[in-house]
Write a protein that binds this ligand. Structure first.
Ligand code: ASP
Length: 320
């Protein structure tokens, strides 16, 4: 008997073990062949890029990387990649993470001057023995991997920062932009699920601040037996509830992705008390059978879904 099996039997008893096994079987939501993408916010180009990959039989991992890269290069999106609003010192710092269907993960935090943190995160996952690289070390790794330095601060982001400096009044604002952190989940034609999450974080944050987006379990979590979830909104609050992991675990226990997202938002709201009127947090989830969910604290959150039939923008329901 393998050591691990022995522990299972001894801690749960034989009946418990058999129950756990049969429960696992009934919660395998495997329906091969139905590709699907879900992403936070109104990101048609990113979802189309991911769908294009999936339609050519690419992996879900390739699809989410391609989708996230589109937003990272879109300078009209001021909260992801190039064109992202800077910290208080006028520096754009990027966070991203990625997870594949085998449960591997890679992440970069506080990365400067590199346009595609999602791809650096993938290299961390695939070409380093680590899961997270930060700051100068992450940049050094990116340069060693062949990424090039780019100025991420666009003229319009610089102008917005200069204007902000006039009062330097830092307040978290609900739905800072109609684009925000992009979190993307995809299922490929093999039935495998992967996810990515990329952001420039909160505008005018303190230098060195890192939110939920690059933290496995908070900004993103994937379990290929169950599904995935990803977050957007006030990272400080999402971190404290490990919301994406929670959603995947709730789906494992049988909750529909919509119910699971609602429960994760409720937990954040409960901890947030009075403060929740001042911040937004939202999640999207994708179960292995293609069922989806999305929910936020406040109105204003939307998300994009794509599959073989096309692409749709959905308005999220919310707690308030
Ligand atoms: N979750 C991101 C962060 O806290 C920001 C956002 O989604 O608006 O860095």
């Amino acid at each position: 008997m393998k050591r691990r099996t022995f522990f299972s039997l001894s801690t749960m008893g034989t009946a418990g073990f058999l129950f756990a096994e049969s429960r696992l079987k009934t919660t395998k939501y495997d329906q091969r062949g139905d590709i699907k993408v879900i992403a936070t916010w109104n990101v048609p180009n990113a979802v189309d890029a991911a769908l294009e990959q999936l339609n050519q039989s690419a992996s879900a991992l390739d699809a989410v990387e391609s989708g996230c890269r589109v937003e990272e290069s879109d300078t009209s999106n001021s909260s992801v990649g190039k064109g992202g609003l800077p910290d208080r010192e006028g520096k754009v710092t990027l966070d991203a993470c990625i997870m594949d269907a085998s449960g591997n993960a890679g992440s970069v935090v506080f990365l400067e001057d590199i346009e595609h943190p999602i791809s650096v995160a993938r290299r961390v996952m695939e070409d380093s023995p680590h899961v997270i690289l930060a700051g100068d070390g992450a940049q050094q790794f990116a340069l060693e991997q062949g990424f090039e330095k780019t100025n991420l601060l666009t003229e319009s982001s610089k102008a917005a920062w200069k204007k902000w400096l006039e009062t330097a009044n830092y307040k978290p604002i609900i739905n800072i932009e109609n684009h925000d952190t992009i979190g993307m989940l995809a299922i490929d034609n093999q039935g495998n699920i992967s996810g990515g999450c990329t952001t420039s974080g909160l505008a005018y944050k303190k230098r060195g601040r890192v939110g939920d987006s690059p933290i496995i379990g908070s900004g993103l979590f994937i379990d290929n037996e169950v599904g995935g979830a990803t977050a957007t909104g006030m990272g400080e609050e999402i971190l404290k509830s490990v919301g994406s992991f929670l959603i995947v675990e709730l789906m494992r226990q049988g909750k529909h992705p919509q119910q699971a997202c609602e429960e994760a938002v409720r937990r954040i709201a409960k901890k947030g008390g009075e403060r929740i009127k001042d911040f937004q947090a939202g999640f999207v989830a994708l179960r292995k059978d293609g069922e989806t969910g999305g929910f936020a604290i406040h109105p204003g959150f939307n998300y994009t879904i794509g599959d073989e039939k096309g692409r749709t923008l959905l308005t999220s329901s919310s707690l308030f």
